[in-house]
Ligand binder design. Sequence first.
Ligand code: 4UU
Length: 535
Amino acid sequence: MIFQSSDPEPIYPVVDIYHYLESNPFNVQPGKTVFIDPITEKSLTFGQFQLETKHFAAGLQDFYGFQPKDVLAIFSYNQYDFGVPILGTLCAGGVVTTVNHSYTLEEVVHQLKDSGASFMVTTVDLLPTATEAAKICGIKREHIFLFGGKDEAGHKAYQSIFAKRLAAPVKIDMDDIAYLCYSSGTTGKSKGVMLTHRNITSNLVQIMSYDAEVIKQKDLVILGFLPLYHIYGLMNCLHISLITGTETVIMPKFDLPSFLQNIQKYRVTNTFIVPPVALALAKHPMVLDFDLTSLRHLACGAAPLPKDLCQRIEERLGVYCRQGFGMTEASPLVACLRPDARGPDGSVGPLVAGLKAKIVDPETGKELGVGQAGEWLLKGPNVMKGYLNNVEATKITIREDGWMHTGDIVYVDEKGNWFVVDRLKELIKYKGFQIPAAELEALLVTHPKVLDAAVIPAYDASQATEIPRAYVVIQEGVVQNDELKKEIMEFLAARVAPHKKLRGGVVFTKEIPKSASGKILRKDIVKIDRATDSS
Ligand code: 4UU
């Protein structure tokens, strides 16, 4: 049985991302502010944004020989002008890969190498990691530019390479890659998700078609604190802002007091949150110290939202918080509750228009119907082209029949509202950030005292988030005590970005259960863990 939205199939753009975004708001309101830095109060209007992207694109071409399909990496925390080098690169026919700014050297190297990046924009404080990684990956020193507006430490600000001329249009095919966002998908290490111009522009139209009621309101202000390197922030706090002409306040990173202060100061109407922020809005006493009456629209996604939180937020703030479901591989929005109609508690809402879905039994592949839980399969113009340089992983995820396997277990009710009940894939989500279990396992077994390891999601209700917990088999004769647990946690912490730390702790075990083919039987460990977890 194939499920789809009851809304008509949207009319998709047939122009590349840059020209699609440019076709709408820039020319209409060139003087309107689009991005604001709440700390320095620096801002960009649409007109400035449009000019700067084109000067940057021309600078890349004229002074650095930038060619279509060249890859530029953005390795930075949020900046109010984050979008300039990104859209500039797309305008020049290039590809953008966005790198998590908290990554370790090894993690950055993995992404730069894998994506084939030959240019980078970063910040002064990230330069030690950026330059070291660039050296290892063969990226020229002079190809590393800076955010912050100043030439520093021998590197040019990206504004310093602006050409006098504006870039001329480059021929771009709709199926050319625009973004390489990294995701672990259903299994293994993080992989380059190839998102094309068609994927992104289609999802923009899909989002806008169900959110038409919201977009019509011309006086909106978005607060963007989600990391812009991740597809959730990249789409909602950058592309949507540009296409809808919405003023957007870009926070460098999240902290609760600044978040609340910014809503009050800028009379923010819309913000996109993750479950731990929903928890704070529902329960934290500090929330009541601020005037949040400007808020009209709250959307929450990236990880499961505990059921009662939306109701508590509405009781407290008078704002309906609707849940959405996205994934990098779907560019990203798959389903979301409507702004104008209440969905059932705990649901991620109906599918976006133009996206088809099936539910299949993960064991037998048999198609299931309404009310039956199984793996969510998707097909539509927003589904990725595949994983870069990884035919195997692509084949496992997008099967021959064209259906993409999400690795999520869901069911749908008779009204077309979807519910996520479990995750089949290895992925663990800490506050919405991806933690590939296989990556941590591979590192753990390099510890001299660890024989074998499996990492599973535990849950921390006090923060409304999953946390990774390691089950480890220790070498014979080694004393197993709290000291050793600490040693293993510190060993891992020194090798991964902070969000991947073993916050769920270490559990000693005699054996890691595995299938005949050697696959870790994670579900069996999770079952034991849930039965014994007293935390
Ligand atoms: C249970 O998390 C994202 C994208 C999130 C997003 C984007 C645009 C949310 C709303 C929006 O408007 O992408 P990834 O690739 O980091 O992680 C994808 C995985 C999913 O497969 C699922 O396992 O994150 C999990 N996930 C959720 N799980 C995402 N949203 C939800 C959710 N409930 N609401």
